[in-house]
Design a protein around this ligand. Sequence first.
Ligand code: 4AD
Ligand code: MG
Length: 465
Amino acid sequence: MEHETTKGGPGGAVPAREAASGTAPGASGDGATLAPVRVRDLPAEVGRGVTVRGWVVTKRSSGKVRFLVVRDGSGILQCVLAQGARTDAGAFAAFDVLTQESSLEVTGTVREDRRAPGGVELDVATLAPVQVAGEFPIGPKEHGTTFLMDHRHLWLRSSRQWHILRVRAEIERLIRAFFEAHGFLLVDTPILTGAIGESAGTLFETQYFDLGTAYLAQTGQLYVEAAAMAFGNVYCFGPTFRAEKSKTRRHLTEFWMVEPEMAWCDWRGNMEVQEQLLTHVVQGVLRSRRDDLVALGRELGPLASVRAPFPRMSYDEAIERLRADGSPIEWGSDLGAEDETRLASAHDRPLFVYKYPRAAKAFYMKADPERAEVVLCNDLLAPEGYGEIVGGSQRIDDLDELAGRIDEEGLPREPYEWYLDLRRYGSVPHSGFGLGLERTVAWICGLPHVRETIPFARLINRIRP
Ligand code: 4AD
Ligand code: MG
């Protein structure tokens, strides 16, 4: 519902923007009615009277003039109270009681000011507190990370978090737009699952009525594989869960992953989709969220060079390079974070590492027909030390091979019968990948830790707020 408010007091020369119905809390008066306007839309209202609703960022006085900086979630606005005709006397009394993060309604006339953020200021007519806030726990002084994470519900209001979460939302939008534009069907996969999707070591379990143990989904992959056989090209995009005992800067216990799955696609075609997706996302963010990246202090040069094609390196070659570089890593083990950083730092764009040892990867990956000890998979390593952001592979499409791998991993056959059915009824070569949203946001924003890339992070030692 559109609210309106009324302007009161002696400065009644403010022209109404448009008439609206209903009443808003907190404002009083009997002048012309003013429709509420979002701060980001104010440049189109220069010279007009408006109502703005928001929260106090700061206030200060200079002689007879009072300045109130207000944010409303869409932008920041400086409101100016000047003694004389235009500001209601009551506004000064209201100004005095307002504290940081108090909610309010302010009416006035929009004035162009090139120096102001957004290019406008508001000459205040009336000012009405809605709720006067108690002393806000987060001030301009430095706070420790634990304190800020404990107050995450309030920390979200700070400008840095505003920039990060706007970039996150834009990345999500760009990902969806990419798949929509390429004819992928969105398929929502279950969170409660009856079989292990990725690895036995990192499962959240819950008792599921009389049906035994259910697991929170580690991946939607097994389900998008079924959907790919029904719809061709599909993707899911949702939260996934890993009981990772890792306390690192890139592990969450709940994170969002986009997982496309493509029938008739091999592991090489799979990499091409990954580089096209990442190019679309990074270049898109540079276009539409450049100001947010700049406000975050992100260097833009390294992002500008992120364009397909990305360099490709086999796992074998990666091990050779690392060993030549003095690393003790042995062929057969998965790459660690430091190894990934070392490999990727030689490139100005993400690096594909392909054909990892079978033993280091998940059970569903197809073995290389020419060399059974490696699988047709890839990781995609982000530059600048951000490490793996994508894992993908061609899937086993042969019934016996897949059943054999399930047995080999010591997994029970029965919960996977439906998954094996996909290899019984019209099996085709198919591939897919998972892109971790939070790691991607951390990289694009240039953040040291994934905890600020999601509104409410779930970490090994954090379930609140
Ligand atoms: O490499 P992963 O485990 O791959 C899969 O889950 C496949 N089933 C995907 C598929 O082929 N459909 O995870 C994929 C990506 C990682 O590259 C990483 O970006 C992210 O998910 N990821 C995490 N992000 C944050 N916290 C964690 N604990 C993560 N684990 C994986
Ligand atoms: Mg992986």
